[in-house]
Design a binder for this molecule. Sequence first.
Ligand SMILES: *Cc1c(COP(=O)(O)O)cnc(C)c1O
Length: 357
Amino acid sequence: MKINHLARINILKLNPYQSARKLGGKGNIWLNANEAPTSFTYINKNYNNLNRYPDCQPKTIIRNYASYAGVQPDQILVSRGADEGIELLMRAFCEPNKDAIIFCPPTYGMYNICAETLGIKRHIIPSIANTNWQLDLPAINLKLKNVKLIYICNPNNPTGNIINQYDIKKLLHLINNRALLIIDEAYIDFCLHASLVSWLSKFSNLVILRTLSKAFALAGLRCGFTIANAEIIKLLLKVITPYPLPSLVIDIAEQALTKKGLSQTNKRINTINKNRNYLAQELTKCPCIKQVFPSVSNYILIKVYPQYEVFKKLWNMGIILRDQSKQLGLSNCIRITIGTYQECKYVANILQQLNTT
Ligand SMILES: *Cc1c(COP(=O)(O)O)cnc(C)c1O
């Protein structure tokens, strides 16, 4: 029996998200998924209650993350990664085939894919390259009709820049009661002073996404957070599955959010930030690199001269980077995740010696 004709047309047309894991590669140096380079060991409890369903919103996690973020527990939703938060917002707020979202490439790919999967319209408003990818507010303003959600990634993945707070404030005033502004703060732990969490009390239509996947070094855990005013959280709780987090995930997330866990994460953040500044410096000395974009995150975007075939040559040496050339405005751009100091040094060394043959 043929199955394809049964599928929804938008799914048949869908170009699925190309995750770093799916794209694969072979080698020893993995700098393609913005993961932390090292892992801590977590203690597994002796589980004797896996016959029972877990809590939907485990209290300890909610309480401890609220305290870390500086908000009230009723302003937090925990989910299967920030990716689930991205989707829950669309499912709770957008009527399929009627409402629209806005996002501003080059940026994280899941806003687009998620909307496409759910049959939600997309207004794509590129950010302005020669302003280090700031928002094009006049263009956004022209496209606000039927828009319910605006996704802004801050700091932006893959470019690494912070979005002007002044622009974000202007945008919040512009959309006022018509739409929600979602700030994806997946990388904010590397530059916490730039978080907009403190604005939640002033703007009831602001939503912030967070995750344990990046700075907390727990990409394998699949645990993320949505922070917003309690009214929004209540709506999302209607849409989320009854048991989004496995008991084992809850256990480890709780350990990561203890005082000890948080202090380990803080140390890791300091190390990554130091390694990033070191790598950024070294990359400016590479003949194959045309431009090193400033970053406040755990990755650096570079623009290379095509004749050096940087991505392919490093791939063949077992150094797996993330090719960004297919993203809008990013031809010949590669994103490098910050690894250990040794990894940074090794990669910098290779890039400095690369030639065109
Ligand atoms: C990695 C990433 C996410 C996904 O986070 P998970 O918690 O692993 O689902 C969301 N947004 C951005 C910008 C990311 O880079």
